[in-house]
Design a protein. Structure first.
Length: 141
């Protein structure tokens, strides 16, 4: 079995439910949206960086936790359009610390990607770039 076949087998594994997973997902998403809203508004209204650091850390941390939760639940998430969108958003938000002058553009781009990825039809959201198709898993949503 070659590397690509082993990767395909691992990514296509049956999803693992996490006890309390729905509550955890809802909590992470809620905290993430609150932190990101604070971060975005603070940058739009040009608050001092030290007042926004906690929001940046909270946004990246909750985004990373959400990503880890999704990967644990269904590893195929990593190669689906929705998973790739999540990784791109994390990189954009983290890039604010390095590309300060472009912060509003970076955060605005992250918002657009998040909205589009969350609301696109399932045939695109769950499309796996590795498989070239939607890989059916339980509990997609």
């Amino acid at each position: 079995m070659n590397l690509l076949q082993r990767l395909d087998r691992r990514l296509s594994a049956k999803p693992k439910p996490l006890p309390g997973g729905r509550a955890l997902r809802t909590t992470l998403r809620t905290v993430h949206v609150l932190a990101f809203a604070t971060l975005y508004g603070g940058h739009v209204y040009n608050l001092p960086p030290e007042r926004l650091l906690w929001a940046l850390v909270a946004t990246v941390a909750t985004g990373a936790a959400f990503l880890a939760f999704e990967i644990y639940s269904a590893p195929v998430y990593l190669v689906e359009m929705r998973g790739l969108a999540t990784v791109v958003k994390l990189v954009l938000v983290a890039a604010v610390a390095v590309f300060w002058e472009a912060r509003v553009a970076l955060l605005s781009t992250a918002i657009v990607i998040g909205v589009v990825a969350s609301h696109m039809p399932g045939r695109y959201r769950y499309f796996s770039l590795l498989h070239g198709r939607v890989v059916e898993t339980e509990g997609q949503g």
